[in-house]
Structures are given as structure tokens and as C-alpha cells.
Design a protein. Sequence first.
Length: 161
Amino acid sequence: MNKYRIGQGFDVHEFQEGRKLFLGGVEIPYKTGLLGHSDADVLLHAICDALLGALALGDIGVHFPNTDERFKGIDSKELLRQVMNLIKSKGYRVVNTDSTLILQKPKIAEYVPEMQRIISEIIEVETDRVSIKATTSEKMGFTGREEGAVAQSIALLKYTK
Ligand code: MG
């Protein structure tokens, strides 16, 4: 039994008018939101995939198919809770996560403490073990043109049984 396992996650969603913007479990006032079957919280999806990836449990699309009506419009905090339950059922706990959001706008710095609080509560770690960073792509590419947002995450898990 390996005591430590590491995983990474990557996600992309498109900005669209008429949608609410959710990042890291926080609703952020903005002119557009991200498009998706769920609430399209790109950061929480990347963290889900990092946790699943650490234990080679597939990806978020396998566990929560976008063809399943049960997940339509679902709060991604609920998806992260379900992923966390799966991780715990395998005997693992989260050591820490580190994420980067890549988007041109909006600025998210003021929302990061709230994101850390929400995520840390769900994955059952202290807030200083949930790192959330953000960068632009210097106006280049689809994130630079404000067409979409990207999130990358990494997570370390520890076997605790
Ligand atoms: Mg997604």
C-alpha cells in the first residue's frame, strides 16, 4: 500500500451570457458565467479530477456524466463532496491541494479567502492547505480573448487507515 498518492486535474469552460459565474464554490458578480451541464465551476472540477486522479479513479465525466439529468445545474460543491466521500472510502485523506486559474477577467483575488474556506471545509483540511492562484494568459489565446477559463489543480493524498 502506497502511503502517499498524487493527482492532477485540468478543466476548461466557456464564458456565456446569461449564466452565473461560480469559481471555487463562490458566486462572483460578473457580466457572464461559465457554460456547462453543472454550474460549470471550473476550479472545483479541476480539484475533483486531481483527487480522482491521485487514486486512478477515472475523471469527473465518468462519475458525473453530462448526459445525466441528476447533475443538470448541480452545485459543484456537491460533486466535490461526493468525490471526497469516495476518497475517504478508500482510506485516504487530503494533505494539500494547489490550483491555478487562468482567465483574463474578472480579477478573483478578493474572493480567494472565501474559496479557500469553502474548499477546505469540503475536503477536510485547514485553509492553509488549499492554495489558489490566478494568472492571465497576457491577452493571448482563448483565455486572453475572454472566451473561457481554465483551471489546473494538483492534490496530495495520504493513506490513513
Ligand atoms: Mg468541467
